[in-house]
Design a protein around this ligand. Structure first.
Ligand code: ADP
Ligand code: MG
Length: 609
């Protein structure tokens, strides 16, 4: 576990580590101040009980003589003030330390989650296509908080108490080594034994918490995401049952971990009192019943025990809490490591991007001759069959190209490669004959507008959805209106009382599939892309609307490069060139009438559309 904690500290940034070290110093100072504050009361009380101490040759008497105060009562008053100041100082240090400690913990949690979010946002498309987003959500929302609340904070508390305990034990050893060591051994054996008994359970609990947490997030996402199917199929009971099981597992594991951290104190108190009784009996026997010599000794041990017991308990509770939650670190360790010192990925800037973070307008790579996939082969990870098998496609600039074929034939994959979202295992993507790499790829993506099969609508107004991802003060109203008009959204907007301000998405109005897709098309047009790629973008539109939208798209023919995937052959009838795909290969190409004439598959498809 301590190796893991070291690894965790090692993964923090230099700045975070520096602040941690500072805080650690403050926390140790707080421990000393606390002990010092309590100990300062001792001499004061002794003096109150016995003013004659000012005479003779004790430390107090020397202090009294040195102070030059003539009245013992005045001396007592000023000593009281001195003790009060010491206590106040100790309180100020404690307040400062706790304040900074709490803030640091929460800020570190926030910083770790920012770092993970950035890291996940920078991952390529395949990472997201093949992974589960709920796992990422759980890591960002839950596990980073667990790391600070149950690993970093207890670690600091533990160190503080260890400082107090060491201080105390050292004083005791100086006072009477034998008694101190025996007492320490009893405490140590007690806590180490307890910890040994529960550590396996704690570790198992920690993993159970992590697992059940992911399961809970997943069930929430599936349950609410697929609510229509759930209602229709009457599967609520199943979801409820699975959620209940996961939540109970979570509650139980977390509860047992917390209880195991708290409960042993009562056992240990028992041991502590047993030791005191044993000590009294031993001292009585050793000093032949002379109470006068035993009482001062006993009061020292009692005071030490009074400070030591909570210190040990806090140390134990911290260790138990960390042991029970170290799995939180294990789940994100790799991602935290990978996200360290990561360069900021280049971002796509807003059109006319002078307001955006990078000062210059985004570089665009607009194809002048052609975009081409040359001899490209691509396997999805873990799949036997290649999704694309030696595919060569040429898309001449400013032409309209259709991509057709049965579902599963690799059309969407070919588009992902064209977009530069995935890299092929063989072959390459070329723009104007040049392979794309590095900044040229970003520039190419800046020139492309993409309308996917399923449009993601953010929980925002139609305007914000058209200018997707831009903060509202950077949205260009004129562009929004033009894009909406070109995507044939005018009629819909007129029906809506709030027009472009109508909220859509999660908590907004429900849109039909065709309306969603037109918002997606407007989104691609907002950026004034030079290359438009549509993946079955019009498949949910009715015949008339589709014809209107297609007309709008064909209006760009000659000025934009357009690639469209379509189910219905009527959609691609007017394309300059059509590629027919089957099982990851391009099996034929040509104009619509050519293909209808010579290709049997194409004829079958034409007959059914
Ligand atoms: P189309 O768009 O023509 O319907 P796709 O390009 O989506 O076809 O899919 C081609 C093949 O790749 C299919 O066999 C599909 O199962 C597989 N595939 C698509 N996406 C993934 C993915 N993220 N992971 C694994 N396999 C995938
Ligand atoms: Mg597809």
């Amino acid at each position: 576990m301590f190796a893991n904690l070291r690894a965790l500290i090692g993964l923090l940034t230099r700045e975070q580590r520096r602040r941690l070290l500072q805080l650690q110093g403050l926390v140790v100072l707080m421990a000393f101040a606390e002990v010092g504050g309590v100990l300062a009361i001792g001499p004061f009380m002794a003096l109150v009980g016995d003013m004659s101490r000012l005479q003779g040759d004790g430390v107090l008497a020397e202090l009294y003589a040195a102070s030059g105060i003539s009245e013992p009562r005045d001396f007592l008053f000023w000593m009281g003030v001195g003790v009060l100041v010491a206590l106040a100082l100790s309180a100020v240090i404690s307040v400062l330390a706790i304040w900074r400690l709490t803030l640091y913990g929460q800020q570190l949690g926030a910083e770790l989650s920012i770092r993970l979010y950035r890291h996940y946002m920078a991952q390529p498309w395949l990472f997201h296509a093949g992974g589960s987003s709920t796992r990422l959500v759980s890591n960002i929302a839950q596990e980073t908080q667990r790391i600070t609340d149950t690993l970093i904070s207890p670690l600091m508390r533990m160190n503080a108490k260890a400082a107090t305990a060491t201080c105390m034990v050292a004083a005791l050893v100086l006072f009477n080594p034998l008694v101190a060591l025996i007492g320490l051994a009893v405490f140590a054996v007690c806590f180490v034994g307890l910890y040994g008994a529960v550590r396996a359970r704690l570790a198992a609990n920690g993993r159970a918490v992590s697992r059940s947490q992911v399961a809970r997030y997943q069930l929430m996402a599936e349950g609410f995401g697929g609510i229509k199917d759930t209602l229709l199929l009457g599967r609520q009971a199943m979801f409820n049952q699975r959620f209940e099981a996961a939540s109970r597992r979570y509650g139980r594991a977390q509860g047992v971990t917390k209880a195991l951290a708290q409960v042993p104190r009562y056992l240990v108190e028992l041991v502590a009192f047993g030791t005191v009784i044993f000590l009294v009996l031993y001292l009585l026997a050793a000093h032949e019943g002379n109470l006068g010599t035993i009482l001062p000794l006993l009061s020292v041990y009692a005071l030490a025990g009074f400070k030591l017991l909570p210190a040990f308990q806090q140390i134990y509770a911290s260790v138990a809490l960390m042991r029970g939650n170290i799995s939180a670190f294990e789940t994100v360790q790799q991602d935290l490591k990978a996200s360290r010192g990561q360069e900021q990925p280049s971002t796509r800037t807003a059109p006319g991007g002078e307001q955006s973070s990078t000062a210059q307008a985004p570089a665009k790579l607009v194809p002048q001759e052609a975009v081409a996939l040359s001899n490209v082969t691509f396997h999805y990870p873990g799949k036997e069959q290649p999704a694309l098998d030696s595919v060569s496609l040429t898309i001449p600039a400013q032409q309209v190209i259709g991509l057709v074929g049965p579902s599963g034939s690799g059309k969407s994959t070919a588009i992902d490669l064209l977009l530069g979202l995935v890299d092929p295992q063989q072959g390459e993507l070329r723009v104007d004959g040049q392979p794309l790499a590095g900044p040229r790829k970003r520039a190419w993506q800046n020139a492309v507008g993409f309308v996917p099969q399923a449009i993601f609508l953010a929980d925002a107004s139609i305007r914000e959805n058209i200018a997707f991802g831009l903060p509202s003060d950077e949205i260009d109203e004129e562009r929004v209106r033009r894009a909406a008009h070109m995507a044939h959204l005018d009629e819909l907007l007129e029906q809506l009382p709030a027009g472009l301000d109508t909220r859509v998405g999660e908590r907004g109005i429900q849109l039909s599939g065709g309306q969603r897709q037109r918002i997606g098309i407007a989104r691609a047009l907002y950026d004034d892309a030079d290359v438009l790629i549509l993946d079955e973008a019009t498949s949910a539109l009715d015949g008339i609307t589709e014809r209107q939208v297609m007309q709008a798209i064909h209006d760009f023919a000659g000025s934009k490069t357009i690639i469209m995937i379509a189910h219905r052959l009527s959609t691609v009838r007017r394309c300059d060139r059509i590629y027919l795909m089957q099982q990851g290969r391009v099996v034929d190409q040509g104009r619509y009438d050519e293909l209808v004439e010579r290709n049997a598959t194409f004829q079958r498809m034409a007959a059914h559309s």
